[in-house]
Design a protein around this ligand. Structure first.
Ligand code: UD1
Ligand code: CA
Length: 450
């Protein structure tokens, strides 16, 4: 039998009132990525690359972000069954099977999606994904008989006996597309919430066809996010997944629990990461890198064998080449630190290049912003920037050049030159004792007065 095509319907229109937020629920983020994008990414890996996303009216102008997927706006939010109906009325899905997933259930893995699709391929008209949370609470309950699901009852409509059932509805289901269309048309809203529940299609499927089965999934994949507390719980689960994958790939995490990764963090192998490090989006780390603790990175690249931190911040466009060293209390933005260059202490490097094997002394600042424009600083290969140098951009320091400690460099420094700008030092011999005596007298007279 040739495999039927599957089209996903992603329900993402709910108000998310329990989040108490101006942001639509499905746009809240886990590991830097909106919930709905996690759901779509899982579908893609499972081989379901066509989806219809049902959005709320407040997202109507965001259809482009879902391209190439089709989007449909559900103006009146009359429930999950209504959302599927709106999607199907606006789309031609032909003979395809329909897989419904929720935008607020982002931890679902591709393997579990595939396991559910297999139930459908084995001939059931519909298959539902169930799970057993430790606290079934507000989840719908699957009322089963053997391998069959007879119906799903929402917690708000359930009897005490039904509430005692531990097997819950994850919301994910797959069905014969043509049949699902007729079932959603037949839904009624005579229930506790006055909504068209998608869950009621199961009883309709049983009446119609008598073949509706269920698969069971892991609770860590199927929690639905309704509140900020759910969001935090899901973040924890996802972080543990990412940490385990990083370690399996050859990354030592000295304290996994305090290492926070993004959905797109990319690691080489033989990397060591100290405690309390946050990877924001867009970070790539090469082989044999050492990251000491307490660092914060986003949109940055760390090349092979580089060492970073502790207490370093790499911002957008920071690119460390092989063997670069970036030390404590250093911030780098939009700057390339070339091979073997060192920026080790208390420094800001923004909009700059630090040439190969150059050394940037403690307290160096690139003054890159004059209140109107951002300007570039270029530091040549092998240059040595003295401590507390201010490089007033745009400015270039040549290859092998040196700047004296405390210099304010406003003009380009040629290759191999030494630039010194500090005022000449005067030593007033033998005056320190007299100075101290005078300060002490002033202090004593003040304390008498008070
Ligand atoms: C739903 C299920 C429940 C299940 C739980 C799993 C129904 C009636 N109930 O309950 O059985 O245990 O999920 O997490 O299906 N949405 C729309 N349009 C609407 C209403 C909802 O697009 O009119 C979307 C929401 O954005 C969300 C998803 O559908 O992504 C689920 O809606 P939600 O209101 O969170 O349903 P639950 O009460 O959690
Ligand atoms: Ca929900």
């Amino acid at each position: 039998m040739s495999q039927t095509q599957t089209i996903a319907i992603v329900l993402a229109a709910g108000m998310g009132t329990r989040m108490k937020s101006d942001t639509p629920k499905v746009m809240h983020r886990l590991a830097g990525l909106p919930l709905v994008d996690h759901a779509l990414a899982g579908l893609k890996v499972a081989g379901v690359d066509q989806a219809i996303v049902v959005m709320g009216p407040e997202m109507a102008d965001q259809a482009d972000r879902f391209a190439p997927h089709k989007t449909v706006v559900q103006t009146d939010r009359l429930g999950t069954g209504h959302a599927v109906r709106v999607a199907l009325e606006a789309s031609e899905t032909g003979e395809a099977d329909l897989l419904v997933v929720f935008g607020d259930t982002p931890l679902l893995t591709p393997d579990t999606i595939k396991a559910l699709l297999a139930c459908r391929q084995e001939g059931a008209a519909a298959a539902v994904l169930g799970f057993r949370p430790s606290e079934p609470g507000v989840y719908g309950r699957l009322i089963t008989e053997g391998e069959q699901v007879c119906r799903i009852v929402e917690a708000a409509d359930a009897s005490p006996d039904e509430l005692a059932v531990g097997l819950c509805n994850s919301g994910v289901l797959v069905a014969d597309g043509k049949k699902l269309k007729t079932w959603v048309q037949a839904l009624k809203n005579d229930n506790a919430k006055g909504e068209y529940y998608l869950t009621d299609v199961i009883a309709l499927a049983q009446a119609d066809d008598g073949a509706c089965v269920f698969a069971e999934g892991d609770v860590d994949e199927l929690i639905g996010i309704n509140t900020r507390a759910d969001l935090a719980m899901a973040e924890g689960i996802l972080q543990n997944r990412y940490r385990a994958a990083a370690m399996a790939g050859g990354v030592t995490l000295i304290d996994p629990a305090s290492t926070f990764l993004s959905h797109d963090t990319t690691f080489g192998t033989d990397i060591e990461i100290g405690p309390f490090t946050v990877f924001g989006p867009g970070v790539t780390v090469g082989n044999h890198v050492t990251i000491k603790g307490f660092c914060h990175f986003e949109n940055a690249t760390i090349g092979e064998r580089a060492t970073v931190g502790p207490y370093a911040r790499l911002r957008v466009g920071a690119a460390l080449e092989t063997d670069a060293h970036v030390g404590n209390f250093v911030e780098i933005k939009n700057a390339r630190i070339e091979e073997g260059a060192k920026v080790n202490h208390l420094t800001y490097i923004g909009d700059a290049r630090v040439g190969k094997a150059a050394n940037v002394g403690a307290g160096t600042i690139t003054a890159n912003y004059d209140g109107f424009n951002k300007s570039h600083t270029d530091i040549g290969a092998g240059a040595s920037i003295g401590s507390n140098t201010v490089l007033v951009a745009p400015v270039a320091v040549g290859d092998g050049a040196i700047t004296g400690a405390g210099s304010v460099v406003r003009k380009d420094v040629p290759d191999n030159a030494i630039a010194v700008t500090d005022a000449a030092q005067k030593n007033r011999e033998g005056t320190a004792d007299a100075y101290r005596a005078q300060r002490k007298a002033v202090k004593e007279s003040k304390s008498k007065d008070s």
